[in-house]
Design a protein around this ligand. Structure first.
Ligand code: SAM
Ligand SMILES: Nc1c(NC[C@H](O)[C@H](O)[C@H](O)CO)[nH]c(=O)[nH]c1=O
Ligand code: TYR
Ligand code: SF4
Length: 363
């Protein structure tokens, strides 16, 4: 993009111009000093929108099972039923995990699991009920649209009914995972057995329309290109216009180790640093109806996380305590980040760290 055009576009955006999907695509293609211009504009917008506060949630992941019917090519965590590494928690394990969460004084428990081929709506509802019973005040952040559609099929009911059952069981917020890249040609390569783009959109809207909030995610750095990334952001912005149900965008850079798409030469070794920094900046500039852009420290590492917070990001995500999804795909130091270290990182960038709950109320 020619320098003047870029400067004008960024200035217009700071004055309220809503970027088009094509413009987002051109920003994703920026190189050299243009990248810093975009980052700088995103940081200005972040400051105007959410000020200098950087948030984090005190949460803990519980991985109920790694047995998964989808076995996505980008995932090192999901395993087939007959794998030696397959595990599944029983009720006692789930209660133990919930008690641990209570001791750790978390406000959110995040269920991150495989989509078990045998689980139906009742089995998943029972898991939610068990946790809710032990820690009724904790937000159970669980179940992606793919798990919702799977339960609907297994139990022969509608996805709306599954959402209602989960709400009655005590779910707090829905996970906006399984979005990956909302472009069906990309999904055919990286996660052919997952639900389609239109199904993901439909289920997220159903949840929002019944008052259930969710995250929005983008998993990037596999086989997609700039138009795909821009199209994905366009879909998220349209949904948010309609429902205002997303709490944040969680950007998930692809971790490539132990993954089929990397080992088979289909995908590169994840996104580059330029692509990472632009993901934050372009998301901040494009998603004018989102307040919060999360930085996944467990995937980016602490140093890059700080730079991302200076490029449009305003949230660390959670303490997590364990993150087998990242660890299994080669993530280092991905398990736990002490809020004391988050504070050091935030303050060193001239910002203030504050604890939030799942819906971004400060605690
Ligand atoms: C591990 S799954 C668990 C929940 C559910 N099975 C699903 O797919 O939504 C949650 C998300 O983790 C992310 N993920 C999995 N493997 C990853 C990897 N190697 N690098 C980055 N993100 C990954 C994907 O975005 C995926 O949607
Ligand atoms: N749970 C993981 C996240 N991010 C989600 C946030 O931690 C949090 O649940 C959300 O902001 C709702 O409050 N990111 C990862 O990379 N790995 C996780 O396990
Ligand atoms: N499961 C994702 C992280 C995540 C979880 C819940 C969310 O709502 C968003 C993102 C990962 O480990 O990569
Ligand atoms: S990303 Fe989710 S659905 Fe895909 S293999 Fe991993 S756990 Fe299963």
């Amino acid at each position: 993009m020619r320098q003047n055009n870029l400067k004008e576009l960024l200035e217009d955006t700071l004055q309220g111009h809503r970027l088009t999907v094509d413009e987002a695509e051109s920003l994703f293609k920026a190189k050299g000093r243009d990248v810093w211009e975009i980052v700088s504009a995103a940081d200005i917008l972040r400051e105007r929108k959410v000020g200098d506060t950087v948030t984090y949630v005190r949460n803990q992941n519980i991985h109920i099972t790694n047995i998964c019917k989808n076995l996505c090519g980008f995932c090192g965590f999901g395993k087939p039923k007959n794998s030696e590494e397959a595990f599944i928690f029983n009720t006692e394990d789930i209660i133990k995990g919930s008690m641990l969460a209570k001791e750790r004084e978390v406000t959110e428990v995040c269920l991150l699991s495989g989509v078990h081929p045998d689980f139906d709506a009742e089995r998943c509802a029972e898991i939610i009920r068990t946790i809710h019973h032990v820690i009724p005040d904790v937000d159970i952040h669980a179940m992606s649209p793919d798990e919702i559609i799977h339960c609907a099929e297994k139990s022969n009911i509608s996805t709306e009914e599954v959402l209602e059952i989960f709400r009655d069981a005590g779910i707090g917020t829905l996970q906006g995972t399984a979005a990956e890249m909302l472009v069906d040609d990309v999904r055919k390569i990286i996660c052919p057995l997952k639900l389609s783009t239109s199904e993901w959109v439909r289920i997220i809207k159903e949840a929002h329309n019944m008052g259930m909030k969710s995250t929005a995610t983008i998993m990037y750095g596999t086989v997609e290109n700039e138009p795909d990334r821009a199209a994905h952001l366009g879909i998220l912005r349209d949904i948010q216009d309609e429902t205002a149900g997303f709490t944040e965008l969680v950007t998930l850079p692809f971790l490539y180790k132990n993954t089929k798409i990397y080992e088979r030469g289909l995908a590169p070794a994840g996104a580059t640093g330029r692509e990472d920094i632009l993901m934050f900046a372009v998301s901040r500039l494009f998603l004018d109806n989102f307040d919060n852009i999360q930085v996944a420290w467990g995937k980016l590492g602490n140093k890059f996380t700080q730079l991302a917070l200076m490029a449009g990001g305003n949230d660390f995500g959670g303490t997590m305590f364990m993150d087998s999804v990242s660890v299994e795909a080669g993530g280092e130091d991905s398990d736990y980040l002490d809020p004391a270290e988050m504070k050091r990182i935030a303050e060193d960038a001239g910002r203030i760290l504050r604890q939030r709950d799942t819906k971004y109320n400060l605690v």
